[in-house]
Design a protein around this ligand. Sequence first.
Ligand code: NAI
Ligand code: AKG
Length: 411
Amino acid sequence: MKKTSFPRQDIRVLLLEGVSRSAVETFTAAGYSQIDFHEKSLPEDELKRRIADAHVIGIRSRTQLTADVLDHAKRLIAVGCFCIGTNQVDLAAAKALGIPVFNAPYSNTRSVAELVIAEAILLMRRIPQKNAECHRGGWSKSAAGSFEVRGKVLGIVGYGHIGTQTGVLAESLGMQVIYHDIETKLTLGNARAAAGLDDLLARADIVTLHVPETAQTQNMIGAQQLAAMKRGAVLINASRGTVVDIDALAAALHSGHLAGAAVDVFPVEPKGNDDAFVSPLIGMDNVILTPHVGGSTLEAQDNIGIEVAAKLVRYSDNGSTLSAVNFPEASLPGHPNSRRLLHIHRNVPGMLSRINELFSRENVNIDGQFLQTDATIGYVVIDVSTSEAQALQLKEQLAAIPGTLRARVLY
Ligand SMILES: NC(=O)C1=CN([C@@H]2O[C@H](COP(=O)(O)OP(=O)(O)OC[C@H]3O[C@@H](n4cnc5c(N)ncnc54)[C@H](O)[C@@H]3O)[C@@H](O)[C@H]2O)C=CC1
Ligand SMILES: O=C(O)CCC(=O)C(=O)O
């Protein structure tokens, strides 16, 4: 087996939050055997202890990799988010430490879109209330307040991967789709851009949110926006809990201004399946509550496990950072006949010439060199035909260049 900077069986992989077993299989098939698998996220003190020994960590949306937590990750080379959202990771802090972060940008897109469509139909038919009533032994067969979705206006806030996929499914049911996004987007089918968020809220029968968690989307749906929605409209949130002011939503539902809501994500979510869920929406018959399962289908989780684990393996074995969310992207060829040195540094003037001077001084011929930079960091990959001992020595010399964040060698 080809050696990496140290044997694959010495690379410690910490997998949290019950990521799919397909991830474990992917690591195992690639020769990684030290896999510490946990069904739940860890309390912060335990996380800090375990991350200190890990070379690779895999998380989902619960685990907060703050700058403080990452500061304990002295050996960490890469982070895998086994999901779409990466807001749970301090991406800038990870980058400053020379740690690329990977995710699975599309693997659960369809699962979320299907759930949203199902919820739109259920809410428009007032099924949550009817279901709750039947469970209590009640029976009120009536069409009052129940509508088809055909011909209704679906307002999509955040017309990205999930938003567009939801729009396509909605149109196949005969819905009219309008959307609002901060970027200019390619419009699919007969969807139309709304004039702005207020315009969308005023026109939509169903509003569904598909924005990421950012400073801008924090409480973007508050009391004022809820009041701007049509009376009797419904709201679906399967994006992030921080996007909606949950108390304002509870008030809009209690007052009857909104006819219903489906909420999958919450400002505070339980750490794991044994912890209690608390929300002002509990007990409201017209609200569908789900435990952040928008992307939780076996198909999606299986695919995510394979996709993210494969990206982590590829980075660990080969140095490729393709599709990293916080890092210069380099898609690298194999290096069957040379040893590969990786150098991550602050992007300051003169860095490349200092690196090249080192190889010239040591009289080492460079077989191949790749450089990718962004505004703050640079990533240089250098293939050389040297002995293992010299490659190690070069790695130490590279690490000593001022401004270096990380240096690794792949044999
Ligand atoms: N409930 C669940 O299990 C899941 C939730 N998600 C959440 O859904 C979010 C969206 O996922 P994707 O569609 O894949 O992301 P995406 O990045 O493809 O789309 C997000 C869209 O939101 C737009 N946007 C950003 N800020 C905005 C703002 N202030 N106002 C209007 N539009 C804004 C962006 O321009 C982009 O078009 C993820 O960030 C994640 O937080 C994703 C997967 C599963
Ligand atoms: O399934 C998960 O743990 C998180 C899903 C999600 O919210 C995401 O993919 O961003």
